[in-house]
Design a protein around this ligand. Structure first.
Ligand code: C5P
Ligand code: MG
Length: 226
């Protein structure tokens, strides 16, 4: 691994934002679950109904990997193909940059951060340098179901890691590195866990119930508010 320079987020000794929707604030909900648990699908629902901005750590890494001139491109490619977790400095800075530019572009300060934190060091560093999360939404799904979904997606996704061999490695990394993050937040009562084996619409119902219990309600659409 090439040496990673300390990006700006790591030169700070307090978070960039506090939790909220005012100036200098941001709301972050972490979205976790094994590969193929349905994180992206459910995030799309939440964006539509609740007005969140969806930031997928995996998508941001793939974008950076393909950006001409990126100093991290080759490194990211190797990690993703192998199902390994990219060094957190890169991922956290990409997330922070995406948050800052979203706020600048349209003032949206509500974020679903999907596929992150995948490892304990990322969880601690993000909350210390960027913003403490509100809670973690966890999609709990058996491996057999996830494998079926990923192989199906692999027929059309064009992703280098939707194949048997990469899937196996991604499952192992999830169990060994990412599940402990969920367990850590759960031990502090900071996880909304949802059974993700059911159909997308049933899973979404459970998500909505959990959000409502935490005081997060859908945005009123313009036509409903008149
Ligand atoms: O979330 P998604 O399945 O799109 O992630 C694809 C890959 O991106 C992961 O298997 C991993 O190699 C990399 N990744 C990472 N750190 C994250 C999220 C994704 O290294 N927080
Ligand atoms: Mg995804």
């Amino acid at each position: 691994m090439p040496a990673i320079e300390k990006p700006p987020a790591f030169q700070r000794d307090k978070p960039l934002f506090s939790s909220g929707t005012g100036d200098g604030q941001a709301i972050v909900i972490f979205v976790l679950g094994g590969p193929g648990a349905g994180k992206g699908t459910q995030c799309a629902n939440l964006v539509r109904d609740y007005g969140f901005k969806h930031l997928s750590a995996g998508d941001l890494l793939r974008e950076e990997q393909d950006r001409p001139g990126s100093q991290y491109g080759d490194m990211i490619k190797t990690y993703i193909k192998d199902g390994q977790i990219v060094p957190m400095e890169v991922t956290i800075q990409l997330l922070e940059n995406a948050m800052t530019s979203t706020i600048k572009e349209n003032g949206n300060r509500k974020f679903l951060i999907d596929g992150f934190p995948r490892k304990m060091d990322q969880a601690l560093a993000f909350e210390e340098k960027v913003v403490p999360s509100k809670f973690t939404l966890f999609f709990d799904c058996p491996e057999e179901t996830m494998r079926e979904r990923l192989l199906n997606r692999g027929k059309t996704s064009g992703r280098a890691d939707d194949n048997e061999e990469s899937i196996k490695k991604r499952f192992r990394v999830f169990v060994e590195q990412s599940k402990p993050v969920v367990d850590h937040f759960a031990s502090k009562g900071r996880v909304l866990a949802v059974d993700a084996k059911a159909s997308p619409s049933e899973v979404y119902k459970a998500v909505q119930t959990g959000f409502s219990e935490r005081g997060i309600d859908p945005e009123k659409k313009a036509e409903e508010s008149v």
